[in-house]
Design a protein around this ligand. Structure first.
Ligand code: PMV
Length: 351
C-alpha cells in the first residue's frame, strides 16, 4: 500500500560481466541484442533513499552528497525511470532521491548497475509496489541493461528475451560461488569515462565492421561459460571471460571513430595478469567501459594478485571483492535486517 512521505532505503551491489552486454535490439525498452553473464560484487555498493512527496514540483536528486541540477542528464534519466514506477503504482507524485556509491561514479565500475537496481528496489517499495524479483529485474533494465543483473547475488545470467519486454536476469548456482573472488584495479583515480556505455555500444552497433562477429560470438561464449559454471571449472570460465572482454573491446576499437577505453596502465595490468597466470596463479582479466581491470580469481590467490597490481604505474587503488548478495530494502516498509544484503569487501558470505 502506498503511504505518501514514507522514506525507503535500498542497497544493491555492482556486477561485472564475464560475458558482456554490448548492443541493444530496442533502445526505447532497453532490450539487449544478446544475453550476458555476470558476478555480483560485495565490495561495490550503492545505497539509495526514495521519498515520494506531494509538495514537490519535480523529482530531486542528490548524488554522492551533491544536489544534481534539475536540467542534468542524470535527473532526466531518474525522472524517466520514476515515470515507469509512477505509472505502475498509479501515483502522480514526484520524489526526493539520494544515492551514494562507495566507489567512483560513472567511471566504468558499473555504478549504473548498482544504481538502478537500488533505485528500482527503493522506488517500488516507496510507491507501495511489491514486485517479484523477475519483475524488479525487468524494471531495473529500463534504467540500465546491466542493472537487471544487480537485482540478484552471485553469478547471474541475463536473458536477451524474444518478444516485447521479456528480458530479465536470474541467478545461476555454481560450486564456484564459494571460492571465487574479483580483484579490482582502478586506473587513473576513477575519473569519469570518456564515452557512456550507452552511447558507445550504439555507436559500435552502427559503425563497427566487427559488431556482427561480436553478436555471433556471444551465444557461444554464454553456453560455454554456463557449462564451466555448472562444472565448477574456474579456468574454463576465466579463459572465456578474458577472451570475451577482449572481443567486446575489439568491436569498440573497430568502430568509426574508435571507442578506446584503455590507458597505458590497462595494458600493463593485462600483461601482469598474463605473467601471473604463466606462473600458475589463477588470474583472468576483464574490462568494461573504462580503463580499469578486474581479475577473476580464487580466495587463495586474490591477495597475491592484489599485491602485484598495486605497484603498477597508473593504478590508483586495488580492492578484493567476494560475491555480493541481492538488491534489498534495508530501511522502510519491507526493511529490517536484510539477510541477503551485501557485506563489506571480502567478508561477504557466499550467496
Ligand atoms: O548497463 P550499461 O548500459 O551501463 O552497459 C554495461 C556495459 C558493460 O559494462 C561494458 C558490459 C556489461 O555487460 O556490464
Amino acid at each position: 500500500m502506498f503511504r505518501p512521505m514514507e522514506v525507503v532505503t535500498a542497497r544493491a551491489c555492482a556486477n561485472i560481466a564475464l560475458v558482456k552486454y554490448w548492443g541493444k535490439r530496442d533502445a526505447l525498452l532497453n532490450l539487449p541484442a544478446a544475453g550476458s553473464l555476470s558476478l555480483t560484487l560485495a565490495a561495490l555498493t550503492t545505497e539509495t533513499t526514495v521519498q515520494f512527496d506531494e509538495a514537490l514540483a519535480d523529482d530531486e536528486l542528490v548524488l554522492d552528497g551533491a544536489a544534481v541540477p534539475a536540467q542534468a542528464g542524470d535527473v532526466r534519466r531518474l525522472t524517466a525511470f520514476l515515470d515507469l514506477v509512477r505509472a505502475q503504482a498509479g501515483i502522480p507524485i514526484h520524489a526526493r532521491v539520494a544515492s551514494r556509491n562507495n566507489f567512483p561514479t560513472a567511471s566504468g565500475l558499473a555504478s549504473s548497475a548498482s544504481g538502478f537496481a537500488a533505485l528500482a528496489a527503493a522506488a517500488t517499495a516507496a510507491a507501495g509496489l511489491e514486485l517479484p524479483p523477475r519483475e524488479l529485474s525487468i524494471l531495473a533494465r529500463r534504467g540500465s541493461g546491466s542493472a537487471a543483473r544487480s537485482v540478484f547475488g552471485g553469478f547471474v545470467r541475463m536473458h536477451a528475451g524474444s518478444t516485447s519486454d521479456d528480458a530479465y536476469a536470474e541467478p545461476v548456482a555454481s560450486p564456484l560461488a564459494e571460492r571465487v573472488r574479483m580483484v579490482i584495479a582502478v586506473v587513473g583515480g576513477g575519473a569519469p569515462k570518456s564515452h557512456s556505455s550507452r552511447d558507445a555500444m550504439d555507436h559500435t552497433a552502427a559503425t563497427s565492421p566487427m559488431y556482427r562477429a561480436w553478436l555471433d560470438l556471444v551465444p557461444r561464449d554464454l553456453e560455454a561459460a554456463e557449462a564451466a559454471l555448472a562444472a565448477g571449472d574456474l579456468e574454463r570460465l576465466g579463459v572465456i571471460a578474458e577472451a570475451n572482454a577482449l572481443a567486446m573491446h575489439a568491436s569498440a576499437l573497430a568502430a568509426r571513430p574508435a571507442v578506446v577505453y584503455w590507458r597505458p596502465a590497462t595494458l600493463a595490468l593485462l600483461e601482469k595478469v598474463r605473467g601471473l597466470r604463466a606462473c600458475g596463479v589463477a588470474a583472468w582479466a576483464t574490462m568494461d567501459a573504462g580503463p580499469h581491470v578486474k581479475v577473476l580469481t580464487t580466495v587463495d590467490d586474490a591477495s597475491t594478485i592484489a599485491m602485484q597490481l598495486r605497484d603498477l604505474d597508473g593504478v590508483t587503488a586495488v580492492t578484493i571483492s567476494a560475491p555480493g548478495g541481492a538488491a534489498d530494502v534495508t530501511d522502510g516498509p519491507a526493511g529490517g535486517p536484510a539477510d541477503s544484503s551485501p557485506a563489506a569487501a571480502d567478508e561477504a558470505p557466499p550467496p
